[in-house]
Design a protein around this ligand. Sequence first.
Ligand code: NAD
Ligand code: ZN
Length: 376
Amino acid sequence: MKAVVYRDAHSVAVEDVDDPRIEAPTDVLVRITTTAICGSDLHMYEGRTVADTGIVFGHENMGIVEEVGSGVTRVRAGDRVSLPFNVACGFCRNCLSGKTAFCLTTNPPYAGAAYGYVGMGPYTGGQAEYLRVPFADFNCLVLPPGDEHENDFAMLADIFPTGYHATVLADLNPGETIAVFGAGPVGLMAAYSAMIKGASKVFVVDKVPHRLQLAEQIGAIPIDFSAGDPVEQITDQTDGVGVDKGVDAVGYQATVSSGEEQPAVVLDQLVDAVRHTGRLGVVGLYLPQDPGAPDENAANGRLLFNIGRFFEKGQKMGTGQADAKAYNAQLRDLIVAGRATPSFVVSKELPLDEAPDAYERFDRREEGYSKVVLRP
Ligand code: NAD
Ligand code: ZN
């Protein structure tokens, strides 16, 4: 089958690879109808990680179940399914408490697995014609049949639940104010989730004009950090006290700096923009220290963070990969009910063959390439 394969830094290719097959009785094979490119793929694409040449990318997948293992009882051939990016077992201690991003079974000795991701287990990605889904009864979210809402449902594998998770980590309540740093697809989904949860004011910080425009379109207040200190802009619009809650949907990108010192710029700005005793949700990815990574500076898990200020303000912080499974059924039902249309972030629909060009443009944050979905 055809798949998007990592070649080298800044290079992916569409190549023929082995067809996946059922390996365990609890597996299904899914024919991919839509698969999205994610900001998380760029960590590997830009060559910052130890991703091996030849790995198939793609953790934002949906499609039609084609073949079912003998131990699968709930999912049937022909079902239209969304696949949360976390590969999880459903029965370990973490899965049992809903923490499927920290599954203890699927990527030992680490906690948490994903499709097509370096360090996240042996699971090949879904930017391809077919995908093997382990523990399929647990990992398949069954969708209404047909082709309605395809792009909305395609956001259920990762960024819609991840954006929602950010507001959960930040403990956002109705009527509260929140600042989301980053107007990439994840930040926009966090802002959108905040609107759904009834936030009174949602600020979205970025400098890319078309991304800030999208934020404005959903009713958020755009803050252009290239036009002045974002903390001041937010404080000025919240009676000088700051927002109740904050989200980091930027991650490593804002930490890369020259020299020895790497300030965690967005985390420090969040601490300043959020009021005393407020809470921060961090879903932007910070790479752990990995001595084998080609760019050790960028993959250095140790950053300068003003913990004194964080302590002084009595704030709390939640972090980590999102447990997509914890929210995806509810978010699916919002889509079906017509109360959420996360596809507003999708700016391009392309055949699989055009993935190499799409990666390049998405990586440059080019207009029209904010969120690319591929149709194998
Ligand atoms: P993206 O790269 O498209 O978006 C990041 C945005 O941040 C860009 O628009 C960029 O202009 C903006 N930005 C850069 N520096 C900034 C600064 N100093 N202040 C404000 N904005 C700034 O990526 P994305 O797809 O939206 O993903 C965002 C992050 O979320 C990535 O790190 C990704 O790996 C991570 N992620 C985490 C999870 C999870 O489960 N926790 C899931 C998906 C993605
Ligand atoms: Zn993703």
